[in-house]
Design a protein around this ligand. Structure first.
Ligand code: SF4
Ligand code: FE
Length: 480
């Protein structure tokens, strides 16, 4: 397995075409706005290297028998699925941010199911190709970026009906040695923190959409792939030279617009090619795995609850009964999200390829809770924090020779607590509920792995209303 520093050094070797604020960024690894997001992925290597986390962070490869990072593993038991949820919560609490690597793990696991199923129907050899690719990923301990969401253009039109055919990623040319693809993937978590990008179809497809039913993996610095770094609320605080105002002084998340400007994919890297009837199942498998992955939000919730409790203690409100009730309410919501992620893992089952897959109903219940609870936890955190959360002077004011002493004096709370520490805890709450951290904790909780309506459709489909009606009929004496 790679060490943390080896991972960071390996990114330096990638010749990616990256843009930020309208300019090409050559040394993206050391860019002050980008680096904290790379540190965040690096934490997945760092913790896998610590003996106390080996059970959670590593697994045994079912291909080679070697110990590998769990992010490269194919789940072989429900214990694997449970360890995945616990790993994600742990990393969420360690980083207070999106550590990005789950999208690749979820893409690999979805591929391990779908490539096998396509082969059973069409006599193709995608699964063999996939296993060869997987072994490469495991041996090199690579970070993969699972890319599903296309731009989609006019949402009322199907892929093949779009006036601009590139609104969904598609095949534009077939060659003897591979294919040429064009289009985009949006909201791409961890795109430039990754060694590989794995593309998947974004929705159910019909026969006329078959050029869009394509899945493949490419090295992230393949010629023709362009990355436009997404900006985040308060992102430039990271380049102001200070540290306190960033809130999370160590880590952040990362999303990019990824453009495929006529990119060549060799056949050995193609895992689905025009088998449009498998697109819907592909999306459902990836989405359910990723909905489970949102155990990460309970980890970030741990950080937010901790910061809220600290602020209450620093401000002298911690013993007020309404503050204690609010903290308890936050914990209840936070643990409810975690319970659902664990439940869908415990109730997982084996697919024909041997891969273990989560319980779809509970994965969707889990994610629907995640679209709501972080907002309520954030509201409670802001209520506990008070108005200083958004009106407090900056770190530079604290350090100004003329006004610093006043800023410090009037931000003093409980005697013996440094005003600077109160500022730090407040800035962390600001980061998670309003700043760069809110990208992951709030809006991504809403739309990542599918928006709430997608989960409602799945919950309706996966639940058994007839069984419930029968239970009601029996107890009320209604004859069927
Ligand atoms: Fe992983 Fe959570 Fe980030 Fe998604 S939002 S990649 S599940 S840390
Ligand atoms: Fe996500």
């Amino acid at each position: 397995m790679k060490k943390k520093q080896e991972y960071i050094d390996s990114l330096r070797k990638l010749d990616m075409e990256v843009y930020l604020f309208g300019e090409r960024v050559t040394n993206f690894v050391d860019h002050p706005i980008i680096r904290p997001s790379i540190e965040c992925v690096a934490a997945t290597y760092e913790l896998a290297d610590k003996p106390e986390y080996l059970d959670t962070m590593t697994a045994r490869s079912h291909i080679t028998g070697k110990t590998i990072n769990r992010f490269c593993h194919i789940h072989r038991t429900t214990d694997d699925l449970v360890a995945k949820s616990k790993m994600e919560r742990g990393l969420g609490a360690y980083t207070g941010s999106c550590f990005q690597r789950c999208v690749g793990m979820d893409a690999l696991n979805a591929l391990s199911i779908i490539t096998y199923n396509i082969d059973q129907k069409h006599g193709t050899d995608y699964y063999k190709r996939f296993l060869k690719y997987l072994q490469y990923v495991q041996d090199e301990d690579l970070t993969c970026c699972g890319a599903m969401t296309d731009a989609k253009g006019d949402r009322s039109l199907r892929p093949a009906e779009q006036p601009d055919p590139d609104q969904y990623l598609h095949v534009v040319e077939e060659r003897e040695n591979g294919i040429i693809v064009r289009g985009n993937k949006l909201h791409q978590t961890g795109a430039i923190s990754s060694h590989e990008i794995i593309c998947m179809p974004t929705r159910a497809m019909r026969e006329e959409d078959q050029d869009y039913a394509v899945s493949f993996a490419l090295p992230s610095d393949t010629n023709g792939i362009i990355y436009v770094y997404g900006r985040q609320s308060c992102d430039t605080r990271k380049s102001e030279g200070g540290i306190i105002d960033t809130g999370n002084v160590l880590y952040s998340g990362q999303e990019c617009m990824v453009i495929f400007d006529d990119v060549f994919v060799p056949w050995e890297r193609v895992f689905m090619y025009k088998e449009y009837e498998f697109a819907a199942d592909f999306v459902e498998k990836f989405a359910a795995y990723h909905r489970q992955s949102y155990a990460c939000k309970s980890g970030i919730g741990d950080v937010l609850i901790g910061a809220s409790q600290l602020v209450a203690e620093y401000q002298g409100t911690a013993r007020a009964s309404h503050i204690r009730t609010k903290i308890t309410e936050m914990i209840h919501l936070n643990e409810t999200m975690m319970c659902c992620s664990l439940a869908c893992a415990h109730e997982g089952h084996q697919e024909p390829s041997g891969t273990y897959f989560v319980n779809t109903l509970w994965a969707n219940v889990s994610k629907l809770n995640v679209t709501r609870f972080p907002y309520e936890i954030s509201r409670l955190a802001q209520e506990i924090a008070g108005g200083s959360l958004v009106t407090m002077p900056s770190e530079k004011d604290l350090n100004n020779p003329r006004i610093g002493k006043f800023v410090s004096k009037y931000l003093q709370g409980v005697d013996g607590i440094k005003p600077e520490d109160r500022m730090r805890a407040l800035r962390l709450i600001e980061n998670i509920t309003l700043g760069t951290g809110a990208v992951c904790y709030l809006t991504e909780s809403l739309h990542g792995a599918g928006s709430p309506e997608a989960q409602k459709i799945m919950i309706t489909r996966e639940s058994n209303l007839d069984r419930m009606k029968n239970a009601a009929r029996r107890l009320s004496g209604i004859n069927p």
